[in-house]
Design a protein around this ligand. Structure first.
Ligand code: DQA
Length: 165
């Protein structure tokens, strides 16, 4: 199973940035931990961070047909970007949105997520551990989808009743 981890603007500053809100772990440390647990479960992660909206959209578009799901923290674009929400809807992959802080417990302008409308679910407020929670949720969703597809493929077609006289 392959999952894209997409990180939005200023998340490259984690560890230095507003530590009282985001903690002291750097993005590299978060990714190393996440890779550790992904490796144990045979999951391949592709990491990407950008401060540019267009680059994030390009990366989301590249996910079509190349990964099974997306774990994304759109950061400030969460609250503004219809374009990122549209890109997520366009690729139509299982997607979990993660926020380190609890966006519903912060300034009013952060309490609305535009991108959440394009996500399967949202994890918010559990610090960097939220990425692990998101990954667990995402792998579960993808496995369920895969199992449902397998079942459908192996289902024996019901013989149509012969109605000829
Ligand atoms: C954030 C919350 C956003 O409001 C903020 O702009 C971020 C990080 C979070 O992870 O808590 O950059 O997405």
């Amino acid at each position: 199973m392959k999952i894209a981890v997409i990180q939005g603007p200023n998340l490259n500053m984690l560890g230095m940035r507003e530590k009282h809100i985001y903690g002291s772990m750097t993005l590299d440390q978060i990714h190393a931990q996440l890779k550790g647990s992904a490796d144990q479960n045979g999951i391949e992660l592709e990491f990407f961070q950008s401060n540019l909206e267009g680059e994030i959209i390009d990366r989301i578009q590249e996910c079509m047909g190349t990964v099974h799901g997306i774990l994304i923290n759109p950061a400030a674009y969460t609250h503004t970007s219809i374009a990122i929400a549209d890109a997520l809807k366009a690729v139509s992959l299982p997607t979990v949105e993660v926020h380190i802080s609890n966006i519903y417990h912060r300034e009013e302008f952060r309490q609305k997520s535009i991108t959440a409308s394009a996500s399967t679910g949202v994890v918010t407020g559990f610090g960097p551990f939220g990425y692990h929670m998101g990954l667990i949720a995402l792998t579960q969703i993808i496995s369920e989808m895969f199992n449902a597809q397998q079942q459908q493929a192996s289902a024996v077609p019901v013989e149509e009743e012969n109605t000829t006289e």
